[in-house]
Design a protein around this ligand. Structure first.
Ligand SMILES: O=c1[nH]cnc2c1ncn2[C@@H]1O[C@H](COP(=O)(O)OP(=O)(O)O)[C@@H](O)[C@H]1O
Ligand SMILES: [Ca+2]
Length: 460
């Protein structure tokens, strides 16, 4: 008789073989996944600075695998569009369209696999504070949402935020000394610094507290709306009929539209009754007189605090060094005066000489400079000096405490955007390091169990 086969024996072998194969595959998979070479990983953040005269898209980059306590976010790329979104009040959809090209550049500059987790913020400053158009915001938001990033919303920064985040930026990566921040925009200007004499009690509205690298800072900050250089110029022009304007060069003559001059809330209530449609704008180029015009924009008559800068705004005594950026830098760079070891009197003389130079000659001497900026440097230089000295109380002695800066250490632009992103992404506390898929203990346990299983099966 034939020996009967034991069916249990055959299927037992099959089961053992299957388990063995599964175990080997599992072992290989766990091993490979755990030890996969990790690519150098970066994380990214995008901040749009929607200023009054331009929008700049900033891309920041930082290593993902280590903690961020040491502060290593850097500007990877920036892209600028003009004019600012606040110029599209009549055609909001164009405000959205205007950002497309720079956003496409952002797509190219950030690796695809990171797009979805890259936060995208838009912060608008004084131009939108003055315009406050929901339509423009809606259009801009709609456009930004069509990009593959993690859109976190568009909002108007308060003046305090704009000042405080500018201060965070200039002090980020640079903990040698706590420097103040001076930001001159087109529609507003900010001053922020820490002062021993300031604890916030005298004027709580000017106080911001920050924790940076484990220290608490009580910051004095103020933003002057309408005192950016473009709105200040409008105010200067809308004073007593500026028939012969000391803030413009001799020989400068231009016919201008009254309605364009009075199109902003900073000057709309100054519009004279029955003003003509056009006026002749004629320069005489006189620094002293221009300075008087600028001083007339500052109100020094009332101060209900121990001391004020201008317009009855509290300001504690200046302390320490200041980084001055944005238009502060552009203006002084044009005059070759970014070196503040040059005495203040010499600075004044040079700007006075420039103002007195006839317009035709100024144009000849500066062929590479855009006319729209060139024509404004006499006023801008005078305004900058008057704001710093009569406004903020810098003196010939303290003038050299100002550093006109454009770039931070490591090439990030000085401005509020970096500080804004660091704050919103909680980058001061550490981010978890880029760990392997399994915790180490789990890895050891799984590998051990599979090896024991294999040995047992083998013996069996
Ligand atoms: O090359 C330049 N020369 C002179 N001024 C410049 C140059 N580039 C930009 N600016 C000025 O810098 C200022 C930037 O202000 P921004 O547009 O950020 O306004 P905001 O901060 O008040 O919202 C504007 O007044 C603009 O005209
Ligand atoms: Ca600005």
């Amino acid at each position: 008789a034939m020996k009967e086969k034991n069916p249990w024996h055959k299927s037992g072998i099959v089961i053992v073989a299957v388990i063995a194969v599964v175990a080997v595959v599992a072992l290989v998979v766990v091993f490979v996944v755990q030890n996969m070479p990790l690519p150098q990983k970066y994380k990214y953040g995008i901040v749009l600075d929607a200023g009054s005269s331009h929008t700049t898209v900033f891309i920041y980059e930082w290593p993902a695998e280590k903690d961020n306590n040491t502060g290593r976010a850097e500007q990877k790329h920036s892209c600028n569009v003009k004019p600012g979104i606040s110029s599209y009040a009549g055609t909001p959809w164009k405000a959205g369209q205007s950002l497309r090209e720079c956003m496409r550049e952002a797509e190219k500059n950030i690796p695809k696999q990171r797009h979805a987790q890259t936060p995208l913020y838009l912060g608008a400053t004084a131009g939108m504070r003055l315009l406050a158009s929901d339509e423009v915001f809606r259009a801009v938001s709609e456009t930004l949402q069509t990009f593959p990033f993690s859109y976190q919303g568009a909002r108007i920064l308060s003046g305090q935020e704009e000042g405080a985040f500018g201060w965070v930026t200039v002090n980020y990566l640079d903990d040698r000394l706590k420097q103040g921040a001076l930001d001159l925009g087109g529609a507003s200007t900010q001053i922020s610094f820490v002062s021993k004499m300031f604890d916030g009690s005298e004027s709580p509205g000017n106080s911001v507290t920050f924790r940076l690298y484990g220290n608490d800072y009580n910051l004095y900050t103020h933003s002057f709306l309408c005192y950016g250089k473009d709105q200040a110029l409008k105010m200067a022009l809308s004073g007593p009929p500026a028939i012969r304007d000391p803030c413009f060069h001799p020989e400068y003559v231009e016919t201008k539209e009254y309605s364009k001059l009075y199109d902003s809330p900073c000057v709309s209530d100054r519009k004279p009754q029955g003003a003509p449609a056009f006026f002749q704008h004629t320069g005489i180029g006189n620094f002293q007189q221009c300075q008087d015009v600028v001083r007339s924009l500052f109100n020094f008559s009332q101060c209900k605090y121990s001391q004020c800068s201008l317009n009855g705004v509290y300001q504690p005594p200046l302390q320490g060094v200041f980084g001055a950026f944005s238009a502060y830098y552009y203006i002084m760079d044009f005059f070759n005066l970014t070196d503040t070891s040059i005495p203040l009197d010499t600075v004044k003389e040079r700007i006075a000489r420039f103002c007195a130079t006839p317009w035709q000659q100024v144009k000849q001497q500066n062929p590479g400079i855009k006319l729209k900026y060139l024509v404004g440097y006499c006023f801008a230089g005078t305004y900058l000096l008057t704001l710093l000295t009569d406004g903020y109380n810098f003196t010939s002695e303290t003038y050299s405490n100002i550093k006109f800066i454009h770039k931070q250490i490591k090439g990030s632009d000085a401005g509020w955007t970096l500080g804004y992103m660091l704050n919103l992404t909680n980058m001061i506390p550490a981010e978890a390091p880029n760990e392997p898929p399994l915790p180490y203990a789990g890895y050891v346990v799984i590998v051990t169990v599979i090896i024991i299983l294999l040995v047992v099966l083998f013996l069996f």
